[in-house]
Design a protein. Structure first.
Length: 202
């Protein structure tokens, strides 16, 4: 579990993509060093994931990084972490997302979208949070190049495709052909002096 051949690391706090700042990936939580050391290709894949979620009918207001880079001290504190793991390498993140109304998006949807974006390591952390990493890349030496799992049940999966209620939408977005969203028209009618209102699909 060691070594990297070619990685371009981001170490700045400011805006690094349309939706992310370097500070969001800083070492945090049990360790207070605040160090930023995150791989540029990984961040670009996170941006791709954000854009995919934004095209769903539920939309995506924001993706929140709960754990990005982890320094050696953080790896010693956090259960299950170790020096040389994907967080320590700078190519992993734990996160959750909110739809356009502020409701959290379920982790099955996050994981299915992540698989379509090409992440090699993907896991449901809990019903609303997920882990993603870039272990599949040729420039990262990692023993297990693919892992799809569920951290709160201990299960492993062959795929996340089909586990989300947005499977059809995600597949269409991945092909560059987002599904057309139905338009709803608000109507009112009166029958025998009684008013009835509702929505009609366009």
């Amino acid at each position: 579990m060691k070594g990297v051949l070619i990685m371009k690391m981001i170490k700045t706090k400011g805006k690094i993509t349309d939706h992310f700042a370097g500070s969001e990936f800083a070492c945090k939580g049990s360790c207070t060093c605040g160090k930023i050391n995150i791989d540029e290709q990984f961040v670009q894949r996170m941006e791709k994931l954000h854009n995919m979620l934004s095209q769903l009918s539920c939309g995506c207001k924001a993706v929140y990084i709960t754990s990005g880079y982890r320094c050696a001290k953080a790896c010693q504190i956090i259960k299950g972490a170790f020096v040389g793991d994907m967080h320590n390498i700078g190519a992993a993140a734990d996160f959750y997302a909110e739809d356009k109304t502020g409701v959290t998006i379920d982790s099955a949807t996050l994981c299915e979208a992540a698989q379509l974006c090409g992440f090699g390591g993907i896991a449901m952390i809990d019903p609303i949070s997920a882990h993603v990493d870039d272990r599949q890349r040729g420039d990262i030496h990692y023993t297990n190049k693919q892992w799809y799992g569920n951290e709160y049940t201990g299960q492993s999966y062959m795929t996340f495709i089909g586990k989300s209620k947005y499977t059809a939408e995600l597949a269409a977005i991945a092909k560059g052909k987002p599904l057309q969203q139905k338009k709803h028209i608000k109507v009112k009618i009166w029958i025998d002096d009684h008013e009835y209102s509702g929505l009609l699909d366009d």
